[in-house]
Design a protein around this ligand. Structure first.
Ligand SMILES: Nc1nc2c(c(=O)[nH]1)N[C@H]1C(S)=C(S)[C@@H](COP(=O)(O)OP(=O)(O)OC[C@H]3O[C@@H](n4cnc5c(=O)[nH]c(N)nc54)[C@H](O)[C@@H]3O)O[C@H]1N2
Ligand SMILES: Nc1nc2c(c(=O)[nH]1)N[C@H]1C(S)=C(S)[C@@H](COP(=O)(O)OP(=O)(O)OC[C@H]3O[C@@H](n4cnc5c(=O)[nH]c(N)nc54)[C@H](O)[C@@H]3O)O[C@H]1N2
Ligand code: SF4
Ligand SMILES: [Mo]
Length: 654
């Protein structure tokens, strides 16, 4: 019996952007999502989240009606209402705000809960039409993108499908075994079939490090020094590619002079790394040219993150490789995002506010109307005490358009029910590989839930906005925005269900002022930043721990707790530290700093080094306080990005 199948695409904020097949069996009674085996990255499997997105869609935690709420009573759902009433209230509030405080007092806040173009970008048109304020999207990868642009002009690197052909694969501050299961599978295949070696640089014995041929376990925040020490070895041993350096790069002299200072002994002093270990790494890197360095977004989210990305990214150039790295290819594809969002269709400009520091801005009384969707900021932004104080201001009106009840819906004046990706059409642009296909609707939409586009257009009508581009058919907008991005210019191919390849900028194209790889960045110099990467001095008070925090397999940020239960409130601590503090495995302890305190259970393990703690990210502690109460909101000097991994805490038994 033939099975009914529908192609769709996982839109989660994830490296892998899997192409999925929804398969109906038992006379259409049963439905499951499986990975498409014809896709070179998806390789026929899903992760534990992808497999359960259907269950998440049908979960009892779905928002099923519009609700009017009292945000001062977070534990109460509020009152159900009709869409008509909800839209009337929202548009009245918008009109009032425009009249009294102007468009700048309206802020739309979103991230990448669903990365589809029609969910993440197109609905911005109403806000750009009004000239509303927006954030700088600095919560995740921005600093690293800007770091790479300093030396390379742009941030794109190797396509992940090339992983399979490599002999040396280096995961640097990147826990791919958890955060990118499909790229990781390709690396394991190369290890298995191609005798490729895997090197991992991570302060922890991460899931990825466990499978590495070589694990470089150094103090966090010392990556610039490690990169210079590697370069020094390559230079000393004559393993640099002088023809490449001459033809394709500028500023190598300055980089070389700094590298010379990073002798194996000096590195040992800073990091504790044995010279023999670094030599082994450097020898392999200098002699095996078929290599790729995967630079983790996770490592980048720290006060020295952008500097680390700069330093690491320059290593391939030392040995003569064009962009022998991968960070994120999100900016590689020539998609006209400004057209999609309407930014280029209006003469109005928007005020831009730091996403990392949004809590401070809100708590200080900025903004009167907040529209949140595709994000759960009441758990995911740093400095939660300030953010929540801001949300609870009685002179700010908070609208949240969500698929599920979340921590953020608890602080909303109005909650609007949204469709999940399985209930609507979209186009997902990956930030690693270059394959796109239409994401089809798999199931009938929930009765009361509505898409972001529908809400945008309803509000635009109620505000009497006339510009035609607000009402443009969505796939027509995609057609214009994708005009230069598709290998075949015919959007119908895509609408007919074909998988297409995105055009990308070639690896040897460098849009720096010199047109070459700039070891000493002229753009950095112009902005008063050191032209070459700089190793920061490590600072830690006695009794203080650095709290690293990263993703777990079963959760995409705060999503899938509906399926797998709460993200565990635990902290990993080294046995030496546990002994000093007289802590036993499983004890309930308090983590605290000047921003607040949370309660968690301990897990004693040698996978973290002494002085370093690790926890999952974005959980709620034992007494209801979110982990992100502890995380700092100081933006990085380059790119203003987040610094979650530079959290400093004290620890005490309770
Ligand atoms: N399962 C799952 N996968 C995800 C996500 C998810 O929520 N769940 N989210 C996606 C998103 S949005 C992102 S941004 C990515 C992030 O994906 P990754 O880049 O893999 O980030 P993390 O998971 O934070 O892991 C980073 C690793 O870097 C190490 N590290 C921390 N500080 C340093 C340092 O100073 N130097 C070095 N060398 N290493 C350091 C940590 O110990 C950790 O093992 O994951 C994506 N994939
Ligand atoms: N402590 C700590 N905090 C961190 C980090 C860290 O390393 N440590 N990492 C940061 C990083 S890298 C990131 S990317 C951010 C992620 O931060 P968020 O983007 O806030 O993460 P999610 O929890 O995935 O929230 C997405 C929300 O979108 C909703 N959603 C999903 N699909 C749709 C849809 O189609 N329509 C609508 N309207 N809503 C939808 C989901 O239900 C979910 O509530 O977190 C940051 N926070
Ligand atoms: S969350 Fe990532 S790995 Fe999992 S199915 Fe979606 S795209 Fe694939
Ligand atoms: Mo992220």
């Amino acid at each position: 019996m033939s099975k009914k199948q529908i192609n769709t695409v996982c839109p989660r904020d994830c490296y892998d952007s899997c192409h999925l097949i929804a398969e109906f069996t038992d006379g259409n009674q049963r439905l499951r999502l499986k990975g498409d085996s014809s896709h070179p990255i998806t390789q026929g499997f899903t992760c534990p989240r992808g497999a359960k997105d259907l269950d998440r869609t049908f979960s009892s935690q779905r928002v099923r009606f519009p609700y009017i709420r009292d945000k001062q009573q977070p534990d109460k759902f509020g009152k159900k209402c009709t869409w008509d009433k909800a839209l009337q209230l929202v548009s009245d509030k918008l009109k009032d705000t425009l009249l009294i405080a102007g468009a700048e007092a309206i802020l739309h806040l979103e991230y990448a809960g669903n990365m589809g173009l029609l969910t993440e970008y197109f609905p911005h048109r109403i806000w750009n039409n009004l000239g509303a304020s927006k954030t700088d999207n600095s919560i995740c990868s921005k600093s690293g993108h800007e770091a790479l642009a300093l030396h390379y002009g742009s941030s794109h690197g190797i396509q992940p499908e090339d992983l399979i052909n490599q002999k040396l694969i280096i995961f640097w501050g990147f826990n791919a075994a958890v955060s990118s299961p499909h790229l990781w599978r390709l690396a394991l295949k190369a290890q298995d079939q191609n005798q490729a070696k895997i090197i991992v640089i991570d302060p922890r014995v991460s899931e990825t490090a466990k499978k590495a041929d070589i694990h470089i376990q150094a103090q966090p925040g010392t990556d610039v020094a490690i990169a210079y020490a590697l370069a020094n070895y390559l230079i000393e041993e004559g393993l640099t590619d002088s023809v490449f350096l001459e033809e394709w790069t500028v500023g190598f002299e300055q980089f070389r002079a700094e590298s010379k200072k990073w002798t194996p002994d000096r590195l040992k002093e800073l990091t504790g790394l044995k010279p023999a270990k670094i030599e082994q790494f450097a020898r392999l890197y200098g002699t095996e040219r078929s290599s790729i360095i995967l630079i983790g977004l996770g490592m980048q989210k720290s006060s020295n993150g952008a500097e680390a990305v700069r330093a690491i990214s320059l290593l391939p150039a030392v040995i003569g490789l064009h962009r022998g790295f991968f960070y994120s290819n999100g900016q590689a594809y020539p998609i006209d995002y400004e057209y999609l969002t309407g930014e280029s269709l209006t003469s109005k400009s928007s005020k831009v506010v730091s996403q990392v520091q949004l809590g401070r801005h809100l708590a200080n009384g900025e903004f009167k109307f907040l529209y949140i969707y595709n994000m759960n900021p009441a758990l995911t932004l740093p400095n939660q005490a300030a953010f929540r104080k801001g949300l609870l201001r009685d002179n700010v009106f908070v609208v949240v358009h969500e698929t599920h009840w979340t921590e953020t819906t608890r602080y909303a004046d109005i909650v609007l029910p949204a469709l999940t990706y399985l209930e609507k059409e979209d186009l997902v642009i990956p930030w690693s590989h270059h394959y796109v296909q239409k994401s089809n609707r798999v199931i009938q939409p929930d009765d009361a839930s509505r898409s972001e586009i529908w809400v945008m257009q309803q509000l635009a009508q109620r505000l009497d906005l006339k510009d035609e581009w607000l009402y443009q058919p969505p796939w027509q907008a995609i057609k214009v925005a994708m005009n230069n991005a598709l290998s075949t210019p015919n959007l119908n191919d895509l609408l007919n269900g074909n998988r297409l390849k995105l055009n990308s900028i070639s690896l040897d194209e460098y849009s720096t002022p010199s047109g070459k790889i700039e070891f000493a960045s002229s753009i950095a110099l112009r902005h008063g930043i050191s032209p070459i990467p700089k190793q920061a001095i490590l600072q830690k008070e006695s009794g203080q721990f650095q709290l690293l925090n990263s993703a777990l397999r079963n959760y995409t940020h705060t999503q899938f707790q509906e399926i797998y239960g709460d993200i565990p409130a635990i902290v990993h601590i080294h046995p030496i530290d546990a002994k000093t503090l007289k802590i036993k495995d499983g004890d309930e302890i308090q983590l605290y700093n000047e921003q607040g305190a949370i309660q968690v259970h301990t897990h004693i393990t040698e996978t973290v080094p002494p002085g370093i703690l690790w926890s999952p990210r974005q959980f709620i502690g034992k007494k209801g306080k979110p982990q992100n109460i502890l995380t700092p909101d100081t933006p990085q000097p380059i790119g203003n990005g987040s610094v979650f991994n530079s959290t400093r805490v004290h620890l005490k038994k309770i």
